[in-house]
Design a protein around this ligand. Sequence first.
Ligand code: THU
Length: 134
Amino acid sequence: MDAAQLVALAVAARERAYAPYSRFAVGAVVLTDDGRTFTGCNVENASYGLTVCAERVAVFSAVAAGARRVVATAVVSAAGASMCGACRQVVSEFAAPDAPVHLAKADGSFRTRTVAELLPEAFGPGRLAEGREG
Ligand code: THU
């Protein structure tokens, strides 16, 4: 599964976005270490704060299906926006710092960053373990 194939899956997932309020459709896909892919789209709500981003839908679907390691991620929006901070944190929980994140436009063109480039000095399980008291 190469980057272009992942982007194509995210482009298709974006078609299913439920974004009547922002009119900002996002699609995402994660590739897990067992070779499976899980897609997501943003799902908005009339109670705006309940909206869930496409990336978190994809990651949570993967985890709910038993996967634990994300080896690549692709995100698609109209103009190739990057991930929000909350989604960077969620992807970081399950992906290595050097795992690629492909940030794509709706036409399929993309740029690639690593998880660590998007979230330097991430707070993860290791930090929690070293700082736990009692
Ligand atoms: N959104 C995502 O799905 N992913 C992001 O990383 C940024 C924002 C969604 C949430 C909301 O439905 C819309 O885009 C506008 O913020």
